[in-house]
Ligand binder design. Structure first.
Ligand code: SF4
Ligand code: SF4
Length: 212
């Protein structure tokens, strides 16, 4: 194995996903940002992110400190699994898991795996940590190298929207708002406009409540 769990990655790491599906089942937690909600609603052809909550694809859970964040609501039967996980059989007749959101609609936290991102606004730190997706994940045994520089280039848009989201959570933390207020401020919006205009509107609303 070439990496330690939760070690900071500055240059590169080794990993290959064999699509075993383990990290899309069980007690995994898939947290979402507003850009993920936007993409998911569009994938499901919903006109509004409210439908994601009403139709049980997403739920709101307590995040770090006093924040509330959206999380994919896993199905419970016949076992816990992500509602976007699809099964298929590979060329060796083995059952594998494929993400139906893969590509343009996939939640950023899933696209970034096995990297996790940690931003500390107080210390001015923005770093990547290696987070093994599942205890049995064979990914780190790989000799396939991934460079942080390339990941930053590939996901520049997602990284930017994620950091803007984290910034809003950081700023809102002092207000100790209810889950309902977080929902109204950050997570409920129509998706018939650009994600940039949605973010600008959310940021304006957050700025207004911070300055009250
Ligand atoms: S546990 Fe590892 S190999 Fe299996 S799907 Fe997740 S990332 Fe891929
Ligand atoms: S969204 Fe896709 S990659 Fe993420 S947990 Fe669900 S099936 Fe797996």
């Amino acid at each position: 194995m070439k990496e330690m769990q939760f070690s900071e990655i500055k240059e590169s790491f080794y990993f290959t996903c064999s699509q075993c599906g383990n990290c899309c089942t069980g007690y995994q937690k898939v947290f979402l940002d507003p850009y993920d909600l936007f993409k998911m609603a569009r994938y499901l052809r919903f006109s509004h992110t409210r439908s994601l909550f009403e139709q049980d694809f997403v739920t709101l859970v307590q995040g770090q400190h006093r924040s509330w964040v959206p999380q994919i609501k896993f199905r419970e039967r016949p076992f816990r699994f992500c509602p976007f996980l699809q099964n298929f059989t590979d060329e060796k007749d083995q059952l594998r898991g494929r993400c139906s959101l893969h590509g343009a609609y996939k939640p950023f936290i899933c696209s970034l795996a096995p990297l996790g991102r940690e931003i500390d606004f107080v210390r001015g730190q923005d770093r990547f940590l290696f987070v093994k997706p599942d205890p049995e994940c064979p990914g780190p045994e790989s000799s396939e190298e991934h460079r942080i520089k390339d990941i930053k280039e590939s996901y520049s848009t997602e990284l930017l929207y994620q950091s803007r989201f984290f910034r809003m959570l950081h700023d809102l933390d002092v207000l100790n708002y209810s889950s309902r207020k977080y929902m109204e401020l950050l997570y409920i919006f129509p998706v018939d406009r650009s994600i940039e205009s949605i973010y600008e509107k959310i940021e304006k609303s957050v700025e207004n409540v911070i300055n009250l």
